[in-house]
Design a protein around this ligand. Structure first.
Ligand code: DAV
Length: 358
């Protein structure tokens, strides 16, 4: 096994200078089977599409357009000096089963942010709550083995069973965030990596329709005393992934979604807290599994450079006003698949040390 002195995998924050990143792929993606977990997180105007198309590949034209966006994004990252890796393109439009259930297809490998968590040199495979994502990690196996060979540490969370009793099949849309009941329970640990955000020794997360208390506690015990996990109080009727709600930009600088985050922990009292402006995206644009607030789902290349959707003029101007250097990139066709730049990436190496910012 070859090991180098400088770590090949090393991430402590969302803002240290980015050296290497994984960017997802949409090719091979399939429409997941309709399920109560989709009902809880999917914009209602998309329900019918999912109810009718479960198990089929996504529209090739939508995939072609999203691939154009991804190509522009990869080009920008490489031009800015970042090494880009991609998961394997695998065909998710295939049925599979466990001893307890079966599905007609998987989903995609478009969102590496959801499936892997990196703390320092440790890669963690996450226990995802959706049956359609059970084998998604296979698209990353070659990358994981390569990082392991070059010295990274690699673990997987306990693989969840995802039996029927794990889900609340009586799930009802809440009238307000206070009435929210999650679509999963605490029978076994599950979490999506995108419900966690790193600020050095402090980690911020939310409970959501995919991340439960047992999942957060599993991660807390794995990480031990080196890190402190803080659970944020978020007001969201469809919580899934914290990165369109809470986004640290640099030491002392935080971007928030004011509609969802009304209470911040007192530890942020000396930070500049910026409020994301309303998104510019048209209501007519198809969005699966996400709201338009992905205008704030950005990726920091360092404490100044930030990749932003080209048509989101309100947040581009805001970033300039706040003293950042926005880099516009077309990404609306990718956005359709349920996320933006933060979702579509996994930071593998950022140049920085483990420290406390509070
Ligand atoms: O509307 O908060 C966040 C990103 C989904 N992967 C939302 C979606």
């Amino acid at each position: 096994m070859t090991q180098t002195n400088s770590p090949i995998v090393s991430v402590y924050t969302e803002w240290d200078p980015l050296e290497e990143v994984i960017v997802g792929v949409v090719s091979g993606g399939a429409v997941p089977e309709w399920h109560v977990t989709l009902q809880a997180t999917m914009p209602e105007d998309q329900w019918q599409f999912y109810q009718q198309n479960g198990g089929k590949p996504f529209d090739p034209e939508k995939i072609r357009l999203a691939n154009q966006d991804l190509a522009e994004f990869v080009h920008i990252l490489e031009s800015e000096g970042v090494t880009v890796k991609r998961p394997d393109e695998i065909n998710f439009a295939r049925p599979y089963q466990t001893m307890d259930w079966q599905v007609p297809s998987g989903l995609y490998a478009a969102m590496p942010r959801d499936i892997l968590l990196v703390f320092g040199d440790l890669l963690i495979e996450c226990p995802l709550a959706w049956r359609s994502r059970y084998y998604e990690i296979n698209a990353y196996r070659n990358l994981l083995k390569d990082y392991f060979r070059r010295g990274a540490r690699w673990v997987a969370a306990p693989r969840p069973e995802l039996k029927d009793e794990f889900y609340n099949y009586d799930y009802q849309e809440p009238a307000s965030p206070a009435e929210l009941k999650y679509v999963i329970n605490d029978l076994e640990p599950t979490f999506d990596a995108a419900d966690f955000i790193r600020c050095g020794r402090d980690i911020f997360c939310q409970r959501s329709h995919v991340t439960n208390d047992m999942g957060i506690e599993w991660l807390r015990r794995l990480l031990g005393d080196t890190y402190t996990i803080h659970v944020l109080e978020v007001e969201d009727t469809h919580p899934m992934h914290i990165d369109a709600t809470f986004m640290p930009l640099a030491p002392g600088k935080l971007l928030i979604n004011q509609e969802r985050l009304k209470k911040l922990p007192p530890m942020f009292k000396d930070w500049d807290v910026f409020t994301a402006p309303r998104p510019c995206m048209s209501d007519r644009h198809t969005l699966y599994m996400t709201s338009k607030w992905i205008n704030m789902n950005i990726i920091m290349l360092d404490t100044e450079r930030v990749v932003v959707e080209r048509q989101e003029e309100s947040i581009i101007q805001a970033f300039k006003d706040w003293g950042f250097k926005p880099i516009p990139c077309s990404f609306q066709n990718f956005n359709t698949f349920g996320g933006s730049f933060h979702c579509a990436t996994l930071d593998v190496r950022r140049r920085g040390e483990l420290t406390s910012y509070f």
